[in-house]
Ligand binder design. Structure first.
Ligand code: GRF
Length: 196
């Protein structure tokens, strides 16, 4: 009771349904993490409204105002440090991160990707899988390293692609699994980090 919670920032660019899943999980009193900041690089992203609705501090940082990737990342890092953030969750954050940033947050930053890694890295992973014709796909939570979608895997969940499925139904099935394993992964990691 009253034990310390891991201070987490979530980085988003869009709808923020995974952010919502994390917010909902954090509302559970026994959950070992709290979302202390949401950073977004798109002013109109719906995810920002989700954070505001839950009284979570938000910060909009427009990548277009920075000359290069690393200077944007340094600004993001400054906000994280200012807010005493201990751990970062990427949730639909559509920016590649510089090696400088991934090193700063090495072992302290995770991402969710909509395929069973190492298959179908990069953008439109659900479409890649669907068009390839695989019968099983899914989602992966992994640590973020300098190589895109290649860090150590924390958790995966699969979905079957049935004959009647189209791309939209596959995306929906995957997203539903994402909303389960992202909070579960954060819970597992936060419990380990807090015990240390
Ligand atoms: C998800 O499919 C996630 O796997 C990918 O980006 C999408 C974000 O969706 N990294 P949302 O903004 O959380 O709804």
């Amino acid at each position: 009771m009253g034990s310390k919670k891991l201070k987490v920032a979530v980085l988003i660019s869009g709808n923020g349904s995974n952010l919502q899943a994390l917010i909902d999980a954090c509302e559970e009193p026994s959950f070992p993490a709290q979302i202390a900041l949401v950073i977004c690089n798109k002013q109109k992203a719906h995810g920002l409204q989700r954070a505001i609705k839950s009284n979570i501090p938000t910060k909009f940082i427009d990548h277009k105002n920075f000359a290069d990737r690393e200077s944007f990342d340094r600004e993001v890092n400054e906000s994280l440090v200012e807010n005493n953030i201990e751990f970062v969750c990427l949730a639909g954050f559509m920016r590649l991160l510089s090696p400088w940033f991934t090193k700063q947050w090495s072992n302290k930053m995770i991402n969710i990707h909509p395929s069973l890694l190492p298959s179908f890295k990069g953008e439109n992973a659900q479409k890649q899988a669907f068009e390839y014709g695989v019968k099983i796909t899914g989602c992966t939570v992994h640590y973020v390293t300098a190589q895109m979608d290649a860090g150590p895997i924390i958790m995966q969940e699969y979905v079957n692609i049935e004959d009647g499925d189209d791309l939209d139904s596959v995306k929906e099935k995957i997203l539903a699994k994402e909303h389960l394993i992202y909070p579960k992964s954060l819970e597992k990691i936060a419990n380990q980090l807090i015990v240390k």
